[in-house]
Design a protein around this ligand. Structure first.
Ligand code: AP5
Ligand code: MG
Length: 217
């Protein structure tokens, strides 16, 4: 299964991708996670990306397209993949189409998570992320077993640098301007599936699995 999870910041892409990865045994390819890993290593890409990410902007298309292109060649993508946070611009979507055509791996579906703006802000300000494994929690909606510690690896939970209110506002604006047009792009290709992302985490997961089984059958 080869799918894209589309949705604004805080829509639940990472949460749902991690669950789909377990369920279907295919990798989650998150450009946000890969860029944060580069930031941690303080590589030249990481230093450049950090400034942009902290401001809520988008990393240049050629950089993220290159990262995803390389990642898609890995053996674990043979059975499929879940793209989380990519593509984010029309140029990225066009590049992805070309790369997947070359690899003979056409997309099966694009799942678009629909969530109200007020809920998005509450999800992002209440999110806590593990410094070691990157898993996200929510203080209210998905709390860790032990306060301040990751339930998976025991790492320390922090507020992501871009989950501060002024940065969140800019991320939302950029989403509306640059990424939301992808809904029409994929609708025109007959790939878009709208899923109500306002329900609780497991209900949204069930809705995605149902929608995918319909689109794959
Ligand atoms: P990225 O890491 O992709 O961030 P994002 O798209 O802004 O999305 P988030 O990770 O914030 O939200 P999410 O949808 O994954 O929500 P989550 O599941 O965590 O990108 C970060 C930055 O990197 C970008 O701003 C950009 O600078 C750069 N970048 C990345 N990709 C790029 C690209 N392709 N091109 C250019 N630049 C790029 O859930 C959020 C919270 O809500 C969690 O606390 C969770 O527990 C909770 N939650 C989830 N689902 C529910 C639910 N159903 N009910 C209640 N709570 C829920
Ligand atoms: Mg995410």
């Amino acid at each position: 299964m080869k799918i894209i999870l589309l949705g604004p910041p805080g829509a639940g892409k990472g949460t749902q991708a991690a669950m789909l990865m377990e369920r279907f045994g295919i990798p989650q390819i998150s450009t946000g996670d890969m860029l944060r890993a580069a930031v941690q290593t303080q590589s030249s890409l990481g230093v450049k990306a950090k400034k942009i990410m902290d401001a809520g902007g988008l990393v240049p298309d050629d950089i993220v397209v290159g990262i995803v292109h390389d990642r898609l060649q890995f053996e674990d993508c043979q059975k499929g993949f879940i793209l989380d946070g990519f593509p984010r611009t029309l140029a990225q979507a066009d590049s992805l189409k070309q790369v997947l055509a070359e690899l003979d791996k056409p997309l099966d579906a694009v799942v678009s998570l629909q969530v109200d703006i007020d809920a998005l802000v509450a999800r992002l300000t209440g999110r806590r992320t593990c410094v070691d494994c990157g898993k996200g929690f929510h203080l209210q909606y998905d709390p860790p077993t032990q306060d301040g510690l990751c339930s998976v690896c025991g790492g320390r939970l922090i507020l992501r640098d871009d989950d501060r209110e002024e940065t969140i506002r800019n991320r939302m604006k950029i989403y509306q301007e640059q990424t939301a047009p992808l809904e029409d792009y994929y609708r025109a290709e007959g790939l878009l599936i709208d899923v109500d992302g306002m329900a609780d985490i497991s209900t949204v997961q069930q809705a995605i699995v149902m929608a995918l089984s319909g689109s794959l059958s």
